[in-house]
Design a protein around this ligand. Structure first.
Ligand SMILES: [Zn+2]
Length: 968
């Protein structure tokens, strides 16, 4: 590899990180869907009917378990008596009390509609990548209960139904959907559910007139699916304790009651099975997606033909209850919890269908009304289906592995699947059904473990490869930084024949094993990076020796060595703090409190010289430390929004009032103050302040209108968008009257984004924006003060040792100074601020929860992509600020352009690697999911730093800086 320059380095950084982010998909998100399995159903002798002739599935989208069963006052009270709390779903409750079986269905993450419905209807837990590759349609076709039915009628949202329709045999599934535009978030979404109920009623009414339809409806193995989106929509818009959400529960219950009556009357044979459940829950903040119990616990009520009657224990608390169900008033009814995919197995059994071939659901026997012999037969059929999937997956693996290591639990004849199935069959024939069920449960458990074993077969190798790749990147990046910015590209590369042979044969070996294993193409890319990086580091080993002399040459005494080690320990400690901050945001508070005292380390002389600067820094850091103590899940607060806006406007006005003095005072040689007098420049700043005030007014009006459910006035939407677009154009207007003073530049950038932060703020984010901006500007000035203080000590400080960076004379020809160890600290500070730009106002959950309060002010209709883009814009603004500041700092410290950015890119992957190592391969799906998203954020931040460099270039271009003429 030839010596890389700045853009080459950026290109490698981006390419490497994009490829390596993908490794997460190859390791953790391999689709569990395979094909070729045999179909299994409960075999019944001639003349014996299935438990039910038809199945009705109701899914209350986004209904969490507790809200379905708790008691609340009437949502729209008409009398005093209505204020007494009562169950809002009396019909469903009556099924629980007298007719059927109930429990909590536990979902996995992501708690989104698509994976929830796939688990319910297909019995499979989709890998997360499927959610990203297809929002509505199937990236891979999987089998489902609908596909196993004779015919399925479904009603509901266009986001859900087509997925099952298109995956099934053509013509088998009818899907009736409303238009996507009808999902208007500012209206009461209960209309969506009423639409569904009305359509179902109409279908059965039409059957009276339409003989063909009547005949079709009366066939056995029919499935009806009512997808009720209203609760989800109302939960998002008004949160799950709102009148709207609670009222929607009432409407759903009433609708199910009516439909049940219509269906029972229509067939009049008592052979209908009913299942009511939800795809996921809803957090108190009106969101879902993560693994919070409010999101993963959904109600499950089944009744009708084939379903067991309630098990009642009148005098004591029935089994299955815990704190969750303590206030449901159902203590005497046994609660039977299931995993979400089990519902698919339950439905297939009830309607007499084959189990969907991709299903990992276990038949919940306690829900079935049959005798124990029937149950053990059914469970065995269910187990055969799951084990057949294991058989297919093992065959696939055997075909591609050189030396397949079989799953231990099935390894010998005694424990083989066939042997154990035969044994269970024997038990059933001998009438030992209890034992057979126990054995089947054990076998299914091992079978599922076996599936997981095959799913994670490649992990050890891949993780080792990826780790070596990251370490290689860090080594390569540091080598490049030392080569370019410490030694200024003066060192020689030295390649030996042996070295080249060793590295290329490693690559050849890896590639040949990939060819034999038919590995995905991405594996080849994972292997090329570590080999190339380490080869390059090896070839530049002389530069590393040289760099070590320059960087550590001035460390001669034991005391200096101890200080260096202490600094290194602090460095590692801070990175660990950042990593912990991903999980516990409070760690950022600790970091900022620590940072407040940072200037103290430069001694009294420094503190006295920079009294006001240190004071502002102290105050700014303490302010920043408070944000991470506030909740990440925010509740709309108009007062906080407006006070943030007012302070932003105030800062702008103060700046205008004192502009000239401020610029002159902080001026450096080379900064211009002249255009400050100019009316145009000043009035442009005035216009920007005006935008903030206007944004405050329009946001206040929008918030009040939306909270009153009057929708978003068209005028507010237009004004909001105009402010957003116009304020983003203001930096270009400032080019008419350029002022190259860095404070002026930063003020313009600050004011550019301020109106957006007013419009898109839910609560304290506006105040964060303010605090963050002040912290950044103070940091830039403080770093410069530290730099000048420690590199050119005045005569008065003769007692202190001279600390000027040592630059070998041979290397001093470069126009830029060499990097020193102190610059590692600058990069680390930058990295900290970069992380806090994200974590000060939120965390992973708050992003995945997709809280839409703020974007309703601009887009009132549900539109995940445009609304997501706006949320992303709000997330990115602090990063734009930080990049502008680092760009300026880079210039003020006199290091080469991008030198600091490159250093950050090198050290930020310590964080990425940290997360890669702690990614969980076991434990709850929640832990796995959140550790993976941490890894994601950390690696994306590195790409982001590369992009930020471009942004910072844009912001500071034309900023005149006379090198070496700055005042001392
Ligand atoms: Zn949903």
């Amino acid at each position: 590899m030839a010596r890389v320059n700045r853009s080459g380095f950026l290109a490698i950084a981006v390419a490497f990180h994009l490829v390596y982010i993908w490794s997460i998909f190859d390791i953790y998100f391999v689709s569990p869907v395979v094909s070729g399995m045999r179909e299994f159903r409960v075999e019944r002798p001639e003349g014996v009917e299935a438990p039910a002739k038809r199945l009705m599935l109701f899914v209350g989208d986004g209904l969490r378990a507790d809200k379905a069963f708790q008691s609340f006052p009437e949502p729209h009270p008409k009398s005093e008596a209505d204020l007494v709390p009562r169950p809002l779903a009396p019909f469903l409750r009556s099924r629980v009390l007298e007719h059927g079986t109930f429990g909590v269905s536990h979902t996995r993450v992501p708690t989104e509609s698509r994976p929830g419905h796939v688990a319910l209807i297909a019995g499979l837990y989709e890998d997360v990548s499927a959610v990203t590759t297809g929002w509505k349609l199937n990236p891979v076709n999987f089998d489902s209960v609908f596909n196993r039915s004779r015919h399925t009628w479904s009603w509901g949202s266009p986001d859900i139904l087509p997925m099952f329709q298109l995956g099934a045999v053509p013509g088998r599934v009818d899907a009736f959907t409303y238009a996507a535009e009808d999902e208007d978030y500012s209206q009461d979404a209960v209309q969506l559910d009423i639409w569904v109920f009305d359509r179902v009623k109409a279908l059965f009414a039409e059957a009276a007139r339409n003989a063909t339809l009547d005949a079709a409806l009366r066939q056995d193995k029919s499935v009806f699916f009512l997808h009720l989106l209203g609760l989800d929509t109302n939960g998002h818009a008004y949160r799950p304790y709102s009148i709207e959400y609670l009222n929607n529960i009432k409407v759903v219950d009433e609708g199910i009651k009516e439909i049940t009556k219509i269906v029972d009357d229509f067939y009049n044979d008592g052979k209908t099975a009913y299942v009511f459940t939800a795809d996921h829950g809803m957090s108190d903040w009106g969101s879902h997606g993560d693994g919070h119990p409010d999101n993963t616990r959904t109600p499950l009520v089944a009744w009708g033909s084939g379903v067991a009657k309630p098990v009642i224990t009148p005098d004591s608390v029935a089994p299955g209850h815990d704190d969750l169900s303590a206030d449901w008033g159902l203590d005497h009814i046994q609660r039977h919890d299931v995993a979400q995919a089990d519902v698919a197995a339950l439905m297939a059994y009830l309607a007499g269908l084959e189990f969907p071939v991709n299903s990992v659901g276990e038949l919940p026997l306690s829900f079935l009304s049959g005798d124990i012999a029937a149950k053990s037969e059914a469970f065995l059929a269910n187990a055969r289906g799951i084990l057949d999937m294991y058989r297919i997956k093992e065959e696939l693996k055997k075909k591609t592995e050189l030396r397949y290591r079989p799953f231990k639990a099935f390894d010998d004849y005694e424990h083989s699947v066939e042997h154990r199935l035969a044994a269970i069959k024997g038990l059933i024939e001998a009438g030992k059904n209890e034992e057979a069920i126990e054995e089947t449960a054990a076998l299914v458990k091992v079978g599922l473990e076996g599936l997981r074993y095959l799913q994670t077969y490649d992990w050890l190798f891949l993780r080792a490869l990826i780790t070596i790749g990251y370490l290689g990147w860090i080594a390569f990046a540091l080598t490049t930084v030392i080569d370019l910015h410490v030694l200024h590209g003066k060192s020689q590369t030295s390649r030996t024949l042996t070295g080249s042979l060793v590295f290329s044969s490693v690559l050849v070996l890896l590639y040949s094993s990939f060819v034999i294993s038919k590995s995905p193409l991405t594996y080849y890319a994972y292997a090329v990076f570590p080999v190339a990086f380490w080869e390059e580091v090896y070839a530049r080993r002389h530069a590393l020796t040289e760099g070590r002399k320059v960087l550590f040459g001035n460390i001669t005494s034991a005391r200096e060595l101890v200080v260096l080690l202490l600094k290194a320990a602090t460095f590692v400690g801070l990175i660990e703090c950042l990593a912990l901050g991903y999980i516990y945001r409070e760690f950022f508070s600790v970091v900022f409190v620590g940072a407040a005292f940072w200037p103290v380390f430069y001694g009294m002389g420094f503190l006295q010289e920079n009294r006001s600067l240190v004071g502002i820094w102290f105050a700014a850091c303490l302010t920043m430390s408070t944000f991470t103590l506030l909740p990440a899940m925010k509740i709309e607060d108009l007062n906080l929004i407006l006070s943030g806006g007012a302070l932003m406007a105030a800062i702008g006005i103060i700046y205008l009032a004192f502009e000239k003095r401020l610029l002159a005072k902080s001026g450096l040689a080379g900064d211009s103050t002249a255009p400050a007098d100019n009316a145009l420049s000043r009035s442009l700043v005035g216009v920007q302040i005006g935008f903030i005030v206007l944004a405050m007014a329009v946001t206040r009006s929008s918030v009040i209108s939306l909270q009153a459910k009057e929708g978003l006035p068209k005028g507010n939407q237009i004004v909001g968008w105009s402010i957003l677009v116009l304020s983003l154009c203001m930096p270009f207007a400032h080019r008419l009257q350029p002022n190259n003073h860095y404070l002026h530049r930063l003020m313009v950038i600050f004011l550019t984004f301020a109106p957006l932060f007013v419009i898109l703020t839910i609560s304290y984010e506006g105040l964060f924006y303010l605090g963050f901006s002040v912290t950044l500007i103070t940091w830039v000035r403080l770093e410069h003060a530290v730099y000048t203080f420690s590199s050119i000590p005045p005569q008065s400080r003769t007692t202190k040792t001279k600390r000027s960076p040592i630059v070998p004379t041979a290397l001093s020809s470069s126009p830029f100074r060499s990097l020193t160890l102190a610059d590692a600290r600058v990069s680390l500070f930058f990295l900290t601020l970069l992380q806090s730009a994200f974590f000060s106002t939120g965390n992973v959950a708050s992003v995945s929860s997709f809280s839409l309060d703020s974007v309703y002010r601009l887009i009132p209709i549900f539109d995940p992509f445009s609304q997501g883009a706006l949320l992303l814009l709000k997330l990115l603004i602090p990063f734009a600020l930080i990049s502008a500041n680092l760009g300026i700092l880079n210039k003020r410290l006199g290091v080469a352009p991008s030198a600091l950015f490159m250093l950050v890119m090198a050290i930020s992957d310590f964080l990425t690697l940290n997360f890669f190592w702690v990614v969980k391969d076991e434990g709850s799906w929640l832990e796995i999911g959140s550790t993976i998203s941490h890894f994601f954020i950390a690696s994306l931040l590195c790409i982001f730093v590369a992009a930020l460099e471009g942004v910072s270039e844009m912001f500071i271009e034309g900023l005149r800086w006379r090198m070496g003429m700055e005042q001392g």
